[in-house]
Design a protein around this ligand. Structure first.
Ligand code: ADP
Ligand code: MG
Length: 324
């Protein structure tokens, strides 16, 4: 099959037809219209087979995840996603594979009214790169750098399940099928916190999405904001699947160091706390306060109100970066 036939068959037809897309797939560039008083946020993420997802991952999950990880970045900026482009490298043209992959891509696009406006198709080892764009009112985007000493630290959802699924993939640590299914689903079909991100725009002082693990991503906020933080380990939200199958220690270790959660981690000042909690409950998002920002420049953890050492690598990564 020729490249343009493939593009026509799989990528051109889509349910989302946005008014602000003046030219979509088919020309040398896509053209979108922008209005005054808005900012456009742009992000790119690549998924390489065997690196960012296990080789046996279903094509639908790969399509979903490729879009989800990008929309998660858009959510972390408090923006509303609008357009994506898709650069895909395929080892071969397999119709069944491609249509399943596209169903994963377009399901999420339709849900958030995001239009695929262009891309590139090449042959080689499987790799998917998506560039996503989103819109915020002018100057109203979130960033990593606004956290202040005294701000409260929150996360959406539950942490560590995707890391548990990866651990199971490598070491077969789980036995119960329903637990395997639940954590596998979290790894394969992460739900980007798009509505929560927009709701946070008026309230959060800093935000990031958790892609590399809580400690590592909190480290990014601390570094960008020039602050430290304390995490209350007993407050970290864990799923029932995690609690049933893992010790508390192992659960916390996975939540702190595992990646692929795609939850939002954000900070909010005392005076915006109640307003934020109301807004997020209207957005239907469960959030948990897991600690507080301080002026220490390091990340510490407490359990039962007592300081405990961190068993991880992310912390050292953060502190060693600080000292160089
Ligand atoms: P060019 O050589 O001018 O870059 P291409 O032949 O690569 O054009 O692509 C033709 C059109 O199809 C372009 O509009 C491009 O954006 C789009 N396109 C190519 N691959 C994809 C893809 N995987 N998904 C969406 N659009 C694509
Ligand atoms: Mg091209």
């Amino acid at each position: 099959m020729k490249e343009f036939e493939l593009i026509k068959q799989f990528f051109t037809e889509q349910a989302v037809k946005r008014k602000d897309v003046l030219l979509g797939i088919g020309d040398d560039c896509a053209v979108v219209s922008s209005t005054e008083n808005q900012n456009i946020v742009v992000t790119t993420d690549t998924l390489v087979a065997g690196v960012h997802f296990p080789l046996g991952t279903s094509p639908k999950a790969i399509g979903h995840k490729a879009v989800a990880v990008n929309l998660s970045d858009i959510a972390a900026m408090g923006a509303k996603p609008s357009w994506i482009s898709l650069a895909i490298t395929l080892p071969e043209v397999n119709d069944d594979w491609l249509s399943e992959f596209c169903s994963g891509v377009f399901e999420l696009c339709e849900y958030y009214n995001v239009q695929l406006i262009g891309g590139d198709t090449t042959q080689g080892p499987l790799s998917i790169t998506i560039t996503a764009q989103g819109i915020t009112p002018e100057g109203k985007y979130l960033s990593r750098s606004g956290a202040k000493s005294g701000d409260w630290l929150y996360v959406t959802g539950e942490l560590g399940d995707a890391a548990l699924a990866l651990q199971h993939y490598k070491e077969s640590v789980l036995t119960e099928n329903d637990i395997i299914e639940q954590v596998q689903n979290k790894l394969d079909f992460p739900k980007p916190r798009v509505l929560a991100g927009q709701a946070l725009r008026e309230y959060a002082s800093a935000a990031i999405d958790i892609s590399d693990g809580l400690l590592s991503d909190l480290g990014h906020i601390c570094q960008a904001s020039n602050v430290g933080a304390n995490i209350v380990l007993d407050a970290i939200p864990l799923s029932d699947a995690m609690k049933k199958s893992q010790s508390f220690d192992d659960s916390v270790h996975l939540a702190l160091n595992g990646g692929d959660d795609y939850e939002l981690l954000f900070t909010v000042s005392e005076d915006k706390k109640v307003g934020m909690e109301t807004a997020l409950s209207h957005a239907g998002t469960v959030i948990t306060c897991i600690g507080q920002i301080n002026a220490s420049q390091i990340i510490s953890t407490t359990l039962n109100n007592k300081a405990v050492p961190i068993r991880n690598s992310g912390f050292e990564h953060f502190s060693s970066k600080k000292s160089t």
